[in-house]
Each structure stands twice: as C-alpha cells, then as structure tokens.
Design a protein around this ligand. Structure first.
Ligand code: CDP
Length: 248
C-alpha cells in the first residue's frame, strides 16, 4: 500500500480496470495437474501473470521422528519465491514474509486434510513462485489444493483462495500488481467448498461496511476459482480414464 495512491488512475471512463477487467472479475487462470513425475501430486498454475508450481509428497513417515504425532499426520507447507520471480531479485531462502505465508497457508488446509488417517506420517506441500504479480499466496493455495488431490491425499473438499481489495475508493476482486502496490487495501482469503473461511489476512484499511462488501465479493471470487479447479480436475482425470462414470 502506498501513500501516493491519489496519483494513480485505476479505472477508465467505462469503469474498467488497468488490465481491462470489471471490478468483480478475476484474472484468467490456467491449470495443469500432474506436471512432476517424482512428486506424489503436482500442479502448475498461472493466474494473470503469476506462475506457481506446487508439489505434494506423502503421506510418508515423518522425519525427524520427534515431529511425529501418534494420532495423525503432520502437515508442512513451504511457500517459496524464486529470486527471478520478481522485478528486484528476491533474496533466496526463508524470509519473515515467506514464513508467515507458509504458516497461514498450512492452517488454511488443516481443516480439510483428513490427517488422522495417517498417524506418524508427514504430508509435505511445497509451492514455488516462478513469476509474481500480486496474489501469489492465493495462487499457491489454489495450486496446492489440486496437487493434494493429484497425490490422492484424503480431503474433505478443495480449498479455493482469492484476494479482494480497495483501489481508487472501490472494492475490486483479485488485485493485480499496480492495484496491490498503490491501492488502499488488500484482503486475501481461502475458503472450503462448504463456505468455511480458513484464511483471512488484511493489509490496509477498510470501513466495517467496506469489509462486509469485500467479504461478500471475495467469496464469489472463491466460488469462481472453485469452478475452474473442478474443471481442471475433470479434464485431468477424465483424460486419464478414471472419471468416465462421473463425466457421463
Ligand atoms: O503475492 P501476494 O499478493 O500474496 O503477497 P504480497 O506480500 O502482498 O506481495 C504482492 C506482490 O509484491 C507479489 O506478488 C510480488 O509481485 C511483489 N513482491 C516483490 O516484488 N518482492 C517481494 N520480495 C515480495 C513481493
């Protein structure tokens, strides 16, 4: 968020955004499931100019052993931004930002993963950001959700994530980079298929009524993402011949 937000023009004369979207429109999303043969599950996802790659390993015996839990699998999530993914080189290795994103993203999945089916095991979720353009944590969660399915991890449903924000005084869905940089607020959320919110963060300022408007809009955004995720799964598994009965 920047103090020179008043100098930036966010909408054209037709009310469209700098990239031609309507306020309630998400960026185009492309998905390919099962792109890594060594991982148990994987997904490559593009969302606007964001490019992320998710890999899931497990359930496998948790190491070091002291991390094991008698009655359930532990879930680990690592969000990492490649040095070349941003305009200024991102410093390699964990940062405060990536540790925070990894933590809240893991928590976004904990309610849906049926971890008590795998005592002493670990389920590892890795997401690499290859190209960043605002909204990488939500793109990463969407890819991770599909990589979990690809790995055959038992889940109660998909997790879908999207951000909403305030730019030029208006509530808009799925902020792009200039909107994220110069806007007034950015609010990423993650949601389960049955509408339970598993991640909410907020940067900037919204009034209580703007917050309500933003929450209503972002839940619509998550539903749109969910439909795209489901279509990608159908495409992948119908093509593999596993979903024939469902497709018919
Ligand atoms: O990516 P996301 O919106 O989840 O997180 P953010 O912390 O709000 O970052 C917004 C954007 O700033 C990222 O998507 C990157 O495009 C950019 N960024 C950057 O250029 N260098 C960093 N070290 C971190 C973020």
């Amino acid at each position: 968020m920047s103090s020179n937000q008043n100098d930036v023009v966010f909408f054209d004369e037709n009310g469209l955004r700098t990239d031609g979207r309507k306020p309630d429109e998400i960026r185009p999303m492309k998905i390919k499931i099962g792109v890594l043969s060594r991982a148990n599950g994987s997904c490559y996802l593009e969302w606007g100019a964001n490019k992320v790659l998710a890999a899931v390993y497990g359930p496998r015996e948790a190491h070091p052993k002291r991390t094991q839990r008698a009655g359930q699998a532990i879930i680990r999530y690592r969000y990492n931004m490649q040095s070349f993914s941003v305009e200024d080189r991102a410093r390699p290795g964990p940062s405060r930002r990536s540790s925070e994103i990894s933590k809240v993203s893991r928590e976004a999945f904990e309610p849906v993963i049926i971890s008590d089916a795998y005592p002493k095991a670990a389920i590892d979720i890795f997401v690499e950001v290859l190209q960043a353009d605002a909204g990488t944590r939500t793109a990463a969660i969407n890819a991770a959700s599909l990589a979990l399915v690809d790995a055959g991890i038992p889940i109660r449903g998909l997790v879908s994530a999207c951000a909403v924000g305030k730019v030029g005084g208006k509530i808009v869905l799925d902020l792009n980079k200039p909107e994220d940089n110069y806007g007034e607020a950015d609010l990423p959320i993650a949601m389960t298929e049955d509408g339970k919110i598993t991640l909410v963060q907020m940067d900037g300022h919204l009034s209580p009524s703007e917050f309500e408007e933003a929450m209503a809009l972002v839940q619509k955004g998550c539903r749109q993402v969910l439909e795209i995720q489901k279509a990608a799964l159908m495409e992948k598994f119908a093509a593999d011949g596993n979903f024939d009965e469902v497709v018919e």
